[in-house]
Design a protein. Structure first.
Lengths: 266, 266
DNA sequence: ACCTGAACACCGTTCAAGT
DNA sequence: ACCTGAACACCGTTCAAGT
């Protein structure tokens, strides 16, 4: 992997390769730090996350923390990467949903929404990591890893689209069309989720509304693609629920527990 | 305006009302400060914008600057508001485009893309202002003004949609459907622009690609709505160009000058 | 009623000394 | 080869004194 050339003398930790015991320990420590950072944000808000607080909340020294993240922004970038890795796992599961290919793509969008709900903090880290102030000060390695993950996510969508074409569900003018359709799918999902997470101050009713809106938006887009069966010929509301119960039952249970907790407490 | 109750003893400056000469001077100063802040970001990058730099770049004292913005994040929020006001102006112009209603909605999307290109810094301020770290520390007044502007933008879209329904271009199941369609339009535009501005390091070819992708995405969505004439019955590529030349000729000229400038200089 | 800038607390980052 | 934490520079914010 060419991009792994390290001009900075940071901790050795080749990505996606077999690690020595020492390297593994370092990687574990990094995961510890990310968990602690996430906890600070959840407890005290995003702006409360400072390097000082992270250092005093963990068992390592300032210098060691800075061996992992060469700036506060780099830490945010690392959180964004963690978020995208989780998303990728959900997407892989979604891509094997038992149904036709349009339903599988819907499962991808379901997974994205699910991630935004179950891990709101990590989801917002992705948003924050798109910010120029963060990108300017993140390490080249991590920015590269970010685009790599982006490509892997894209690959999953592309593959579903290609299968749909092969199955005759979808007709495309040229092969490059698939990339355009992937981008459109990604854009509607990102846009919907980002705009919805803006005012997520309310409770359960809002959540159901948000899901409905996403399903609606995605359905419009796929109908526009001419992806069969069209929404007037198929009950995607039902597909949506099937995806939830067959693929993500455990995660949804965790959410409803989260919803209940604050109510029973106050 | 109820929400204008000011618990903080900040500078008096009622929004959208007639201002006294003194209040006008204060409002002008605020605009000065925003221009300077924008210049700092353009010259030195987003992370270079500090309150110290803003103070030394302007002719006012630290205390005075803090009378306008009660935190650095509040300053970002103010820049976001400025950005949205400019957007609103462009949208109003777009909404009067000479053509059918689907073309008018397309003009809205054109205006959004145009704004992202001509004022990239301000556009990215909107993205930054969605970030929880900024929202947490912005003043209640400005956050309120932000949602007010959001609503005004929404109103323009809604009105175009309603006119399209009245003209028989578009059929909707229930009146609330209009809100859902507005949200979908907003989501595809925001999503496309946000994702595209992520890697806007390149030149002219990229720009044309970005425009093509946006037109493509929007067309898919509107086709999905069943908004007549459908993209297979009408040349929206041509509409796109007409919008540019008839509505935003001056702005487009400014962009091509910007593109040329760095080439001739280096 | 508003402006000023010194003063303060905290935060991000570095690096010489240690193991 | 990596860890440590004192030290430093800078940044955000406040507020008593001034007009």
């Amino acid at each position: 992997m060419v991009w792994c050339s390290r001009e900075t003398s940071r901790l050795l930790c080749p990505i996606g390769k077999i690690k020595s015991k020492r390297q593994q320990a370092i990687a574990d420590r990094e995961q510890d730090l990310l968990v602690i950072a996430e906890q600070i944000m959840e407890r005290e808000g995003f702006s409360a996350l400072t390097m000082d607080k992270l250092v005093s909340a963990c068992s390592y020294s300032k210098g060691t923390v800075y061996n992992h993240f060469n700036s506060k922004e780099d830490l945010f970038c690392a959180l964004c990467i963690k978020s995208m890795k989780q998303l990728l796992h959900l997407f892989r599961r979604a891509s094997h949903f038992e149904g036709h290919h349009r339903e599988r793509m819907l499962a991808i969008h379901f997974a994205y929404r699910l991630h935004a709900m179950t891990r709101p903090t990590l989801f917002l880290c992705v948003l924050t990591a798109q910010t120029p102030a963060v990108r300017e000060k993140s390490s080249a390695e991590r920015l590269q890893q970010q685009t790599e993950l982006d490509q892997e996510v894209t690959k999953i969508c592309t593959s579903i689209l290609e299968q749909a074409v092969a199955a005759g569900e979808l007709t495309i003018a040229t092969p490059e069309y698939v990339d355009a359709l992937t981008f459109a799918s990604w854009a509607i999902s990102f846009g919907s989720n980002a705009l919805m997470s803006g005012d997520c101050d309310s409770g359960v009713i809002e959540r159901l509304d948000a899901e409905k809106a996403l399903l609606f938006n995605v359905s419009l887009l796929m109908d526009g693609m001419g992806w069969l069966p069209l929404s007037r010929e198929w009950d995607y509301q039902n597909s949506w629920q099937r995806i939830g119960s067959e693929l993500f039952a455990a995660e949804l249970l965790a959410i409803s527990d989260m919803d209940k907790a604050p109510i029973s407490q106050f």
